[in-house]
Ligand binder design. Structure first.
Ligand SMILES: [Zn+2]
Length: 202
């Protein structure tokens, strides 16, 4: 039997999770509300560390959720609005090979798009070794027509996902506002049962 671990509700993802000490959330990954999982809708915007890591449990103080709400409203919403606007302006897409050794029109389209939030974690956006955004990346045009078709498909997808992401962030804002509106000081919860315990990442 090791040390007893306390549990608390994360002020960002609102799951009951292990605390690192008596108050603060231990490291865990982000997961969408509504059972959505990381990366399912497209561009893996939500991979990685949850915003609530190291913040105090929601039972103890609304402070963490207030910080998360500010982050959503001041950073995430504007970033997602910018993403959508950028795609709708029909930019020249910068698309780097999805699969090495497989040449296609997708490798040929290039330069230059404001990268979406979380682009560094998305394999589709991974730049070749030693290059940075804005660099010329090798191109191997298949045909201009195929490239043009690919552009339209790619752009349509990106607009779709940008709209989804924007909607999701707006929904997240609503969830956090509601949680804050009904916040009261509570005791920390018991450990979650096995069935409800989420898998921790990282
Ligand atoms: Zn969390």
């Amino acid at each position: 039997m090791g040390r007893r671990v306390a549990y608390g509700t994360c002020p960002a993802c609102f799951r009951v999770l292990a605390l690192a000490d008596a108050e603060h959330l231990a490291r865990h990954g982000w997961r969408e509300y509504g059972g959505r999982t990381v990366g399912v809708y497209g561009r893996a915007h939500h991979g990685g560390r949850c915003f609530g890591v190291d913040l105090p449990a929601f039972e103890l103080t609304p402070e963490g959720a207030e910080r998360f709400l500010r982050f959503l409203v001041e950073e995430m919403l504007p970033a997602r609005e910018r993403d959508l606007a950028a795609y709708e302006a029909r930019p020249i897409l910068h698309v780097v090979s999805r699969a090495s050794g497989f040449r296609s029109a997708s490798e040929a389209l290039k330069e230059l798009l404001p990268p979406p939030v979380g682009w560094e974690r998305d394999p589709q956006w991974r730049l070749p070794e030693g290059s940075k955004l804005g660099d010329e990346v090798h191109t191997d045009w298949v045909t201009k027509r195929r490239a043009a078709e690919h552009y339209e498909n790619e752009l349509r997808n990106r607009i779709y996902y940008a709209k989804q992401a924007l909607k999701q962030t707006r929904d997240d804002v609503g969830v956090v506002e509601l949680k804050l509106a009904t916040w009261t000081l509570r005791e920390l919860p018991p450990p979650p049962t096995k069935r409800s315990r989420p898998r921790l990442r990282g």
